[in-house]
Design a protein around this ligand. Structure first.
Ligand code: GLA
Length: 359
């Protein structure tokens, strides 16, 4: 059974009624463009073949949420953040208008997206919920609308100060191509993508991730403030012309200079990577992926020794074009980009998941 069928049958078993609607959304893996979305930069995610499905239906004046993993929630309605997985769907329902507002919500979740491994299981859950709720009302919504309500749930209800990449990727990325997203304008462009992808989970807990991520965001704001003394019109860090970077960095005390250098160069790398894919230049693409990791490790300082070790082992594996940490960092997974046809061997050599594999 696929996740949608599993979510629908879990709903039926748990609540003794058929759901009003069922929908699903994929996780994402970002090829390149890390920690630039909240600076108005470019990112290049692909959707995972693994999806999360949510079945929804009218409640009994409460929030009742069940998941295939067995961690069920029964809470008051309207919802308030509980600090568990149900905050993602509840946050979306709290922000979207529909019949659940008055009667409460029942929902069942089934997912193939591994949790906590940097594949954005939370965005998949939010976007799938938004899609299911819209289907229930019979209205239609664009991918951008779904991503927007999902992002507002994550930042405003769950309380994670993330950028817009994960929700846009989950709502808009399709099979067979990567999605180049301009996070300032939210414009997107499909970029052909046919390389093999392997994800290797570091197995490291993410306990520091929320606070370290928020700290990086504060550092970015502080750097922007400082640089506006010289460049009053500077809106985002990615607006700094790369040619002026060397002259501007001495205005910033460490570590702000390192953070800004990463952001400006990573945004450029993402644009170059999209161009390399469009030109079929696999080797240049792999080099940019490697440079992204080195910058995240040395300048953005969001890697871990375990992630670095996985990346180094990957780079020494036959068929690998490039490897880097993926997502926010501080644990989670490494992404390995491999030549077409070598994904299965690379996954087995590194103990990872081959993302392009069928079934
Ligand atoms: C997390 C956030 C995204 C993005 C990445 C880093 O996944 O949710 O918005 O900032 O980290 O690129």
């Amino acid at each position: 059974m696929n996740p949608e069928e599993r979510a629908a049958s879990l709903f039926q078993e748990s609540f003794g009624a058929a759901p009003a609607a069922v929908a699903s959304a994929p996780g994402r893996v970002n090829l390149i463009g890390e920690h630039v979305d909240y600076h108005g930069g470019h990112v290049l995610p692909v959707a995972t073949r693994m999806r999360t499905a949510v079945a929804v239906g009218p409640g009994d004046g409460r929030l009742r949420a069940v998941s295939a993993t067995g961690s069920d929630v029964d809470a008051a309605w309207p919802p308030t953040p509980l600090g568990n997985w149900s905050d993602y769907p509840a946050g979306v329902a709290a922000l979207a208008g529909g019949p659940w507002r008055d009667v409460g919500l029942r929902l069942a979740v089934a997912s193939d997206v591994p949790m906590g491994s940097g594949l954005s299981s939370s965005a998949a859950l939010e976007v799938a919920t938004a899609r299911a709720l819209v289907a229930w009302t019979g209205r239609s919504a664009s991918g951008h609308d779904l991503a927007d309500v999902a992002w507002r749930a994550e930042t405003g209800f769950v309380g994670m100060p993330c950028g817009r990449m994960d929700q846009l990727a989950s709502a808009l990325a399709g099979p067979g191509s990567a999605l180049l997203i301009n996070c300032r304008t939210l414009e997107t462009r499909d970029v052909p993508f046919a390389l093999d992808l392997v994800v290797v989970d570091s197995g490291e807990a993410h306990t520091l991730r929320g606070s370290a991520y928020a700290e990086r965001r504060r550092e970015g704001e502080a750097a922007l403030e400082r640089l506006r003394a010289q460049l009053p019109a500077l809106e985002f860090l990615v607006d700094i012309p790369p040619a002026r970077l060397a002259a501007l960095l001495p205005l910033l005390e460490p570590p702000l200079d390192r953070r800004v250098k990463h952001v400006v160069n990573e945004n450029q790398r993402t644009l170059l990577a999209a161009r390399a894919l469009e030109a079929g230049d696999q080797a240049s693409f792999g080099t940019l992926v490697n440079q992204s990791h080195d910058s995240l490790r040395d300048l953005y300082e969001c890697s871990t020794p375990r992630l670095d070790a996985i990346v180094m082992a990957a780079r020494a594996t036959s068929g690998v074009l490039g490897a880097r940490l993926v997502g926010a960092g501080w644990g989670g997974s490494a992404l390995v980009v491999a030549r077409p046809g070598s994904g299965a061997a690379v996954a087995s050599a590194l103990g990872g998941i081959w993302l392009n594999a069928e079934g």
